[in-house]
Write a protein that binds this ligand. Structure first.
Ligand code: SF4
Length: 256
């Protein structure tokens, strides 16, 4: 009986390990997975206030209030190039410009709308209640936050979390486009109407945009509901999960 229990436990561990390796392969990391530690807490990422390495600043670079192309050739250098941006009125009241974070080789990118109060205070995207729900969605996909890239359409917090204005989107969208051009993800998930409209150029609502076969510069573009909408309406969880299944399928099909 004891031997049977041990056999079952070993089978469960083997199944977990196999699933984990398959997930890393989906992310194109088959060659490096043995060099990295196993995820703690069954894949949950420990929370940390430490900025990711890409946010470390070379001391010698002076902030530029109106950055212009040519853009820097890496995410880290691009952040340094735009970190002093004051192109629109949102710069006046921000605590932090929230550039984005994650794996610079990520094959999956999440693009939200704009930082909220928690993000503005910490300088990191999706760290408030909606961010915690996004973390759960990522974990539900069998991934970890550090394996994807997360950013927003607008890099500075609109007051009282109001919708971004057209001029603010126009001023900030080139930064998102350059981030994605540098990242070259296989799949981009646009979270909510503003990100979806900016990346599709459409004026349709998110309910109409989701489920369509869309592309952004060669990447599959998957518009879905913003996590904050899910916090208000639990019924949206099912369609979001359907969208995430499409994402996983596309990542699997795009294995190198
Ligand atoms: S929202 Fe974008 S364009 Fe406006 S100040 Fe911030 S980084 Fe610059």
């Amino acid at each position: 009986m004891e031997r049977e229990a041990l056999r079952q436990e070993l089978a469960a561990i083997t199944a977990d390990a196999t699933k984990w390796v398959q997930q890393r392969r989906v992310l194109g990391e088959a060659k490096v997975w043995l060099e990295r530690p196993l995820p703690p807490g069954r894949g949950e990422e420990p929370s940390t206030a430490t900025p990711p390495p890409e946010l470390s600043l070379p001391a010698e670079s002076a902030p530029n209030a109106n950055p212009q192309p040519p853009w820097a050739p890496s995410l880290e250098a691009f952040y340094v190039q735009v970190r002093g941006c004051r192109r629109c009125g949102l710069a006046a009241k921000r605590q932090h410009l929230v550039f984005g974070e994650g794996d610079p080789r990520a094959r999956l990118a999440f693009v939200g709308e704009a930082p909220g109060a928690d993000e503005d205070a910490q300088g990191r995207p999706f760290v408030g209640a909606a961010g915690q729900l996004l973390d759960k969605i990522i974990i539900g996909m069998g991934l970890r936050r550090s394996q994807v890239y997360i950013c927003n359409l607008i890099k500075c917090r609109p007051p009282f979390n109001r919708d971004p204005e057209e001029a603010e989107v126009a001023a900030c969208r080139p930064y998102l486009e350059q981030q994605l051009a540098l990242l070259k993800p296989r799949v981009i998930v646009a979270l909510g109407r503003h990100a979806a409209q900016a990346l599709t150029g459409s004026g349709e609502g998110i309910g109409k945009l989701r489920g369509q076969d869309l592309q952004w510069q060669g990447a599959l573009l998957v518009p879905t509901y913003h996590p904050s909408a899910l916090l208000r309406d639990e019924r949206l969880k099912r369609p979001v999960w359907e969208d995430m299944k499409r994402v996983l399928k596309a990542l699997e099909a795009a294995q190198p």
